[in-house]
Design a protein around this ligand. Structure first.
Ligand SMILES: [N-]=[N+]=N[C@]1([C@H](N)O)O[C@H](CO)[C@@H](O)[C@H](O)[C@H]1O
Length: 831
C-alpha cells in the first residue's frame, strides 16, 4: 500500500521516528508500557504470562524496526529476491531466538530480573509454533534463519494453521492425539496485514473465445471465492540488521455471512459459507513422508500458492520491468512437490491474465522455479486424481494437459523410437482414474532439481527420476546437502557449550562461520578442556533427567550412557529395530551372573516421536516401546543397568533439551530410505556420537568427522533390492537373536502378544525394511559403543574432534550453495 506523506510533514516523522531500545532501561520502559497499555495490566496483576507477553511485544517492536529498514533497503536496491515456498515451517519458540539473534539477551534478561521475573520462566510461557511434521518443516525454518543471517533478500511463504501438529499423550502405552490450538493467547510474533487481502477461486468452469486481434482468450469463472489474509512474522538474522519476512496466509470468507439467507431466517447456512472458507488454512495435515489425496489438502496447496504468487507478482509489477525480466528479479524454491501448482499458476497468470505468449511464458516459468525433492519413498510421492483436480481447478488441469503435450512432443523429437519412455515420463499417469504426477510437473517446470544429501541425490537420478536425467541431461539435477542453524541448535539449545567453544575460538564468530569450530580440534586431548566438556554434557544430562522426572515420573542415572532416538515414528526409520535391540539387551542382562553384570555399561534408552494418526504399524511400535519401558524399569534384576523412556509430545522445544544430553543417538534407517536426516547433524554438533547406517547425511558426517568418530553398521543401499528380492522369493532364516526377542514378545513378557502380531510378522515375513538382515551388525555396533564408552578420555576426545569438524553442516553453507547454483541472488547489507 503506497502512501505519500507531504514533504513538510516528513520532518515531524523524523523528529519522532521510533528507534530501537538501546539499553536495559529503555527495554524496561518498553516492557512496562506494554504491561500497562498493550495488556492493560499493572504491577499488581502481572504474572509470568503477562510478563512474557510484554517482553515479547517490546522485543517484537525492535524486530519490526529492523524489518522495516530491511524491506526499505531491499525495495530501493531493487535486487533479485528468493521466495521459499513451504507448506510447513516448524519454527518452535521465537523469543529466545529473537533475543540471541538481535544480541539483546543480556539486556532483556537483566531487565526482567530487576522487574521481578526470571527470563527462563517467561520463555516457558511461549507455545511452539509447530506448523510442520518433521525434517522438511524444520529445514524450512533453519533455511529462513540462514537466508536472513547471510543477508540474502528472501521471504518464506506458508500457511497460518490455527492448529499445528497434534499434541501427543501416551495413555496405557498408546499414542493419543489432541488438537494443538496454539493461538489461545494470540501470537505476539506475527503482524496481521488485514490490508493485504487476495481473492482465490476454486471450482467454476472455463471457456475460451477469440478476441478482436484474433487471439484465443481463456476464461475461468463461476467458482467459489475465498480470501487470503497475510500475517507477517519477522525473521531476524544473527548478528546483522537484516530481518526478513515469513508471510503466512489465513483463509477468510469473502463476506462474513449471507445477509439474504440471514433475513430469510436460515441462520445456519448464512454462516456456513464463512465457516467453510476458514477451514481451508485451519489444520496442518499430520503426515510425514506420506501422501494422502484429500481435496482439502489440494485446496490448501492452491490457496497458498495463488496468494503467494499474486503477492510476488504485485511486488514485481511495481518495478515496471518487462515480464521477460521476471526470472532476473524472482527466484522461487519449491520445498517438495506441495507447491508445484505454482508452476501452473504462474503460466496461467502470464498467458490468461497478462497476455504473454505461451512459449515466452513457459521460459519465464522454468527460469524462475527450483524444486527440492525430500524422499524416494513411493508412498510419499504426490499423485492427484484427475477428476478431483479437474473439478477443483478446471483451468489448471487444461494447462497441465498443454504443458504435458508440449513436453512429450519434445521427448518424441529427441527419442523418436522410445514409445514406453513417453508413457513413463508423462505427467498424466494412465491409471484409473488418471493421476497427475506432481514430481514430474515440478521437474518439467523447474530449471534445477536437487536432492538433500549426496546418496539421495544420486538415487533420485538412478531410480525415480532416471528417465528425466536421460531427457534433460545430468546438469539439471544436483545435490545440496541439508544443514541446520547453529544459532538455535548450538547457541540457544546448549549455551554452556557455545560459551566454552567461544573461549577457545576467541569469539562467537563460529556462529556466523561454523568452520571456525575447527579451532577447538587441538584441544581434543587437553585434560582441562576435556573436563569442562564432560561437565557440560553432564549438566545437559541432568537437565534432561529433571525433565524426565517431571513428565515421566522416575529418576534416571545421569552417569549411564544416554542412547537417544527421537524423530517421527516410521518403519523405514526402524525404531522397531531399536526396541528389539533393547529387548535383546534386557534378556542378556537377565541371563547374567552378578559378576558379568559388573561389566555392563549402564544405559538409558530414550525414545520420542509422533506417528501419523492413521499409521497403525507406527502406533504399534510406540506401544511396544512403552510396554518394554514398563517391564524393564520395574525389574529390580536389571536396576540401573537399563532404563527405557518414551518422551511424549516430541517437538522443537523438547529437542532443544534432549539433543544436548545425548552420548549416542541412533539414525538407523534402511540404507537408501532416509534422504538426509537433520537431527543427526544436531546431535553431533552437541557433542554426541552417532550410531547409524550408511544412509542420508550420515555419509557426509562420516566424511567430515572421520570414520573413527562414528559407529556405522548394516547393509549398503546397493544391496537392498537384492535382499528384498530374496525375502520375497525365498525363505531367509530369521536372525537367531531376533528370534529370541520375538519369543519373549510372543510369550507375553510385554503384555498381550496379539498387539504385536503384525509388527513381528512384518519382519518374519517380507521384512521390507531388512531388520533381520541388519540385526547382528547392529548388535555388534552397539557392543562397540558399550566398550568405547568405558574409555572416557577417548570418548570425549572423539566427541570434541567430531564437533570441531561439523562446520559443513551449517544451513548457511547450504543456503550459499542454493544462492550460487540455483537462485543466483546476492546478499544485501542492511546498515
Ligand atoms: N518429507 N520428507 N522428507 C524428509 C523428512 N521426513 O521431512 O525431509 C527431510 C528434510 O530434507 C530429510 O532430512 C528427511 O530425510 C526426509 O525424510
Amino acid at each position: 500500500i503506497e502512501a505519500s506523506i507531504p514533504s513538510e510533514s516528513r520532518q515531524v516523522w523524523q523528529k519522532f521516528g521510533v528507534k530501537e531500545f538501546g539499553g536495559k532501561d529503555e527495554f524496561q520502559q518498553e516492557f512496562i508500557r506494554h504491561v500497562e497499555t498493550t495488556l492493560a495490566r499493572s504491577i499488581y496483576n502481572c504474572d509470568d504470562l503477562a510478563a512474557y507477553q510484554a517482553a515479547s511485544q517490546a522485543i517484537r517492536d525492535r524486530l519490526i524496526i529492523a524489518w522495516n529498514k530491511t524491506q526499505q533497503k531491499h525495495t530501493t536496491k531493487d535486487q533479485k529476491r528468493v521466495y521459499y515456498l513451504s507448506l510447513e515451517f516448524l519454527m518452535g519458540r521465537a523469543m529466545d531466538n529473537a533475543m540471541l539473534n538481535a544480541g539483546i539477551k543480556d539486556i532483556t534478561k537483566a531487565g526482567v530480573a530487576d522487574l521481578g521475573f526470571k527470563i527462563e520462566d517467561l520463555l516457558e510461557q511461549e507455545p511452539d509454533a509447530a506448523l510442520g511434521n518433521g525434517g522438511l518443516g524444520r529445514l524450512a525454518a533453519c533455511f529462513i534463519d540462514s537466508i536472513a543471517s547471510t543477508n540474502y533478500p528472501g521471504w518464506g511463504y506458508g500457511l497460518r494453521y490455527q492448529y499445528g501438529i497434534f499434541k501427543q499423550r501416551i495413555v496405557d502405552g498408546y499414542q493419543v492425539e489432541s488438537p494443538d490450538y496454539w493461538l489461545t493467547f494470540s501470537n505476539p510474533w506475527e503482524i496481521p496485514r488485514y490490508e493485504i487481502q487476495i481473492d482465490v477461486m476454486f471450482y467454476g468452469y472455463t471457456r475460451k473465445y477469440t478476441n478482436d486481434d484474433g487471439k484465443v482468450v481463456h476464461v475461468w469463472e463461476g467458482g467459489e471465492q475465498v480470501q487470503a489474509v497475510a500475517y507477517d512474522v519477522p525473521v531476524p538474522g544473527y548478528g546483522t540488521e537484516t530481518t526478513n519476512n515469513l508471510r503466512l496466509w489465513a483463509s477468510k470468507p469473502t463476506r462474513e455471512f449471507d445477509f439474504e439467507k440471514f433475513n430469510a431466517g436460515d441462520y445456519e447456512s448464512s454462516v456456513r459459507e464463512s465457516q467453510k472458507a476458514e477451514t481451508i488454512s485451519a489444520v496442518l495435515y499430520p503426515n510425514d513422508n506420506f501422501y494422502s489425496g484429500k481435496e482439502l489438502r489440494l485446496k490448501q496447496q492452491y490457496f497458498w500458492v495463488a496468494a503467494s504468487l499474486n503477492d510476488i507478482i504485485r511486488r514485481f509489477k511495481k518495478t515496471h520491468r518487462p515480464w521477460k525480466e521476471f526470472p532476473d528479479q524472482v527466484a522461487i524454491q519449491l520445498n517438495d512437490t506441495h507447491p508445484t501448482l505454482a508452476v501452473v499458476e504462474l503460466q496461467r497468470i502470464l498467458v490468461d491474465m497478462e497476455g504473454v505468449e505461451w512459449d515466452d511464458a513457459w521460459k519465464i516459468v522454468t527460469n524462475t522455479f527450483g524444486y527440492t525433492n525430500h524422499t524416494v519413498l513411493p508412498e510419499a510421492l504426490e499423485k492427484w486424481p484427475v477428476p478431483l483436480f479437474q473439478n477443483l481447478l478446471p483451468r489448471h488441469m487444461e494447462i497441465i494437459y498443454d504443458i504435458n503435450l508440449f513436453f512429450l512432443q519434445q521427448v518424441e523429437k529427441l527419442f523418436p523410437k522410445e514409445r514406453e519412455l513417453l508413457a513413463r515420463v508423462s505427467i498424466i499417469e494412465e491409471s484409473s482414474p488418471q493421476q497427475v504426477r506432481m514430481a514430474y510437473l515440478a521437474i518439467i517446470g523447474s530449471h534445477k532439481v536437487n536432492g538433500v544429501a549426496e546418496l539421495h541425490s544420486e538415487l533420485i537420478k538412478t531410480t525415480i527420476f532416471k528417465d528425466f536425467v536421460t531427457i534433460y541431461g545430468p546438469d539439471k539435477f544436483m545435490n545440496v546437502t541439508n544443514g541446520i542453524t547453529p544459532r538455535r541448535w548450538l547457541h540457544q539449545a546448549n549455551p554452556k557449550l557455545s560459551d566454552l567453544i567461544a573461549s577457545k575460538v576467541g569469539s562467537y564468530d563460529f556462529l556466523k562461520d561454523l568452520n571456525l569450530l575447527k579451532k577447538i580440534e587441538p584441544f581434543a586431548h587437553d585434560p582441562k578442556f576435556q573436563d569442562e566438556w564432560v561437565a557440560i554434557k553432564k549438566f545437559n544430562k541432568a537437565r534432561l533427567a529433571a525433565h524426565i522426572k517431571q513428565y515421566n515420573g522416575f529418576d534416571i542415572n545421569i552417569d549411564a550412557l544416554f542412547d537417544v532416538q527421537v524423530k517421527r515414528i516410521h518403519e523405514y526409520k526402524r525404531q522397531q529395530m531399536n526396541i528389539f535391540g533393547v529387548i535383546h539387551r534386557y534378556l542378556s542382562i537377565k541371563a547374567m551372573t552378578e559378576k558379568e553384570k559388573k561389566e555392563v555399561t549402564p544405559r538409558v534408552c530414550i525414545f520420542g516421536g509422533k506417528s501419523a494418526p492413521g499409521y497403525y504399524m507406527a502406533k504399534t511400535i510406540i506401544k511396544l516401546i512403552n510396554a518394554v519401558s514398563e517391564v524393564v524399569n520395574a525389574d529390580a534384576d536389571v536396576g540401573d543397568l537399563l532404563k527405557v523412556v518414551f518422551i511424549a509430545d516430541y517437538n522443537v522445544s523438547k529437542a532443544e533439551i534432549i539433543i544436548p544430553a545425548s552420548d549416542i543417538s541412533q539414525h538407523i534407517s534402511t540404507a537408501g530410505t532416509e534422504a538426509s536426516g537433520t537431527s543427526n547433524m544436531k546431535f553431533v554438533l552437541n557433542g554426541g556420537l552417532i550410531l547409524g547406517t550408511v544412509d542420508g547425511a550420515n555419509i557426509e558426517i562420516t566424511r567430515e568427522v572421520g570414520e573413527n568418530n562414528i559407529f556405522l553398521f548394516g547393509h549398503l543401499a546397493e544391496s537392498v533390492e537384492d535382499l528384498r528380492h530374496k525375502h520375497r522369493f525365498s525363505k531367509v532364516p530369521l536372525d537367531p537373536n531376533l528370534e529370541k526377542v520375538f519369543e519373549a514378545i510372543e510369550s507375553g513378557t510385554f503384555g498381550d502378544p496379539n498387539i504385536y502380531n503384525s509388527l513381528v510378522s512384518s519382519v518374519t515375513g517380507s521384512d521390507y525394511y531388512l531388520v533381520s538382515d541388519d540385526f547382528q551388525s547392529y548388535l555388534d555396533a552397539q557392543k562397540l559403543v558399550d566398550q568405547d564408552f568405558k574409555n572416557k578420555d577417548t570418548w570425549v576426545s572423539r566427541s570434541i574432534t567430531a564437533v570441531a569438524n561439523m562446520g559443513f553442516f551449517s544451513s548457511d553453507r547450504a543456503i550459499d550453495e542454493y544462492a550460487e547454483s540455483i537462485w543466483n541472488v546476492e546478499p544485501i547489507a542492511v546498515e
